[in-house]
Structures are given as structure tokens and as C-alpha cells.
Design a protein around this ligand. Sequence first.
Ligand code: ASP
Ligand code: MG
Length: 406
Amino acid sequence: MKLLVQKFGGTSVADADRIHRAARRAIRAKQQGYQVVMVVSAMGGTTDKLIELAREISDDPPRREMDMLLTTGEQVSISLMAMAIHAQGEKAISLTGGQIGLITDAAHMKARIQLIQGDRLRKELRDGHIVIVAGFQGVDNSGEITTLGRGASDTTAVALAAVLGAERCEIYTDVDGVYTADPRIVASARKIEQISYDEMLEMASLGASVMHSRAIEFGKKYNVEIHVRSSFTDNPGTLITHEVKKMEEIVVSGVTLKKDMVQFVLPKLPNLPGVAAKVFARVAEKGVVVDDIIQVFDDKGLASTSFTVERNDLPDAREVVALIANDFNLTGILCNDPVAKISVVGVGMRSHTGVAETMFKAMAEAQININAITTSEIKISCIIDTEQAEEAMRVVHNAFDKGNLE
Ligand code: ASP
Ligand code: MG
């Protein structure tokens, strides 16, 4: 029997009306002959409120207890969803991560899925139930409740789709798909019909906050088709899928913007073996997550290294940089705060030339200075001033908009 996983995010279950609407959608799929597994997030804002509450109680709550607390949000929404489906005359049952045998490692608040047993789930499906699974939660080997990190209901959904061999995983959200750029900034941005896993992964890490990255990785690994679409309309959304030839014809699929970044420049480091290792050992010791790293050397035996971090890591990053300055007797360290990163993404870059030129020229014409450039096979990123970031997004999108963007 064909099977569908439908995931509903917080805004799609934010009140009784919306829960009923989501329930209707699942029932419709069931009537079309699918077995239906729903994965549901906590009602919109709930997880934030629970975190807020914990902070009022303690500056440093035990992570185990945070998981105990946060998983209650999903338990509310799954039970309400089951009631809504019952009220509409269909059979449904809600199940927690533990009840479906979603086993994770023991890393509270950022656990990773190790195994999904799924026997219970399959049995309930065979018995004709729409099965409603709590997103974002599991249990470790000793039965302790864990969570998979903020936004990870997407990951629960795609992982379940993989394990159950679902025809598709539908992600219902408050936007109607993935756009060529943020439509709040770029009025001419368009919905992308189809995008490859690799492009979507790049876009997610470069600032397009549509889906949890780990969910996309799962999709890629297990070849799960992911359909991101609006829970408020019946319009088709964006299909995230394996790469097909015609994707290469589109040079740039999307333009993304990441704000609230900080760039450090460490000038005049010795250009010698082991220096970069020592610098980034300091970074790792503090657990600071580094985004881009660039190093260049000169003819005097010196090298200059720059790296970017997210702005909420700034206090830790400053401490790290002070230690590095001390290690190497550095002076003249620069800290550009804040900066933004604008990127163009597309598998078509592999086979087309002139993409960098088009991007840089568009910014030059708008008098936007580029502080740093990094590239991968399918993206080009520039670090620029935050004040010019939105303008940059518009001019770059415009430059590729002549039949090139999806
Ligand atoms: N409720 C969790 C969160 O807000 C998980 C999710 O919604 O995906 O992060
Ligand atoms: Mg989400």
C-alpha cells in the first residue's frame, strides 16, 4: 500500500481551526488510498515559551530536564490532532517518539537518530489508523527522553519517510515553497518548482531558513522526495529531489542572504606548518562554530587569515581571538561587526562560466564593496556590509533573473 508522510509545522497547528484543517488534509490523503503518517510540531510559539519559562527558573537548567519539558509541546499537538481526526470521523492514534521506537544517542537537546523500530507504527497503520507522531523527540538506549535540536520535526518526518518507504514526504508550512530569494526583500522572487538536495543544503546553510538541514541530508541519503508546501492552499510547492539533467541548465537557482555575521582578520601570522592548526585548535576549544575561512600569504613569510562566525558567538569568539593574539604576538586584528553574506547557489555553475563575473559586476554597479569571497562547486559567497545587504540581494537576483533563475 502506498504511504505518505505529512509534516505540519508550528504555524500549521497554531489553533483549533488549523488543527482541523490539517486533520482534513490527512483524511483526504487516506481517502485517496494512502496510509498516512503525520508528524506534528508543537503549536506555534510553544517551544519558545517553554524555554522562556525554564530560564525564569534557572540560568542553567539540566539538559535532561529541558528535554523532558520541551517534548511536552509536541505531546499537546499530537493528542489534539488525534482528537480532531476522531471528531471528523476517521481512526487516528497519536504516538510519542518513545512509543514508535525512535532511538537516539544520549546527547540531550541535540540527539541524533540511531534507529527507528517502527513495528508499533506499522501495526497501527495496518489497523487503519492515521498515525500522528510527535516530531523532534526520541529516547536513548536507557529510555531517557531526548530531542533532536530546534526545528528538527522536519528531520523526524524525513527519517520516517525513509524507514517506511513512503512515496513522498510532504512538509506543510506557512510559506508556499522555496523561493529564488527572500520575497520580503526581493519583490520579483519566484517559487522554485524543483531543486536538488545539494542546492537545498547549500541554501539552508547560507540563510534560507525553510527546512532543517539534517532533514535534507536524510532525504539525500535515502532518496526521499520532499515536497515543501503551504498548509493554507492546495498549490504545489517546491519539490526537493535528486539532481536531474535539466537542473544544470539553470545557472543560478537561488540567492541567499545571511545577516548577523562577524568577520575577524588575523594579519601577519607566520606562514609556517602548524600555524593554522594552532589557530583553529583555539577556536575548537571554545566550541565556536566557524563559517568561512580564508587564508592568503605574502612574499615576506607571513599569512593573513580571516574567518566569520555568527553574531551570537561573538563573546566567545572575542575571547578566542585574544588567546590567538597572545599565542602569536599579533597586533592589528580586525573585527568587522556586523557583516552579511550574500550567496548565489546552483548546480548549473559546474557547467557554465561567467557566474562570478555577473555577480561581482551587479554589485560593482551598485557601489557595493566585497570584503571577502568564498566559493564551492555550486555556490559563490561574498562578505559585504550589512547596510548594503538587501540592496545586494536585489541587484544580484536581478542580474541572474534574465531567464537564468528557475
Ligand atoms: N517544536 C520544536 C521547535 O520549535 C521542533 C520543531 O518545531 O520542529 O524547535
Ligand atoms: Mg520548522
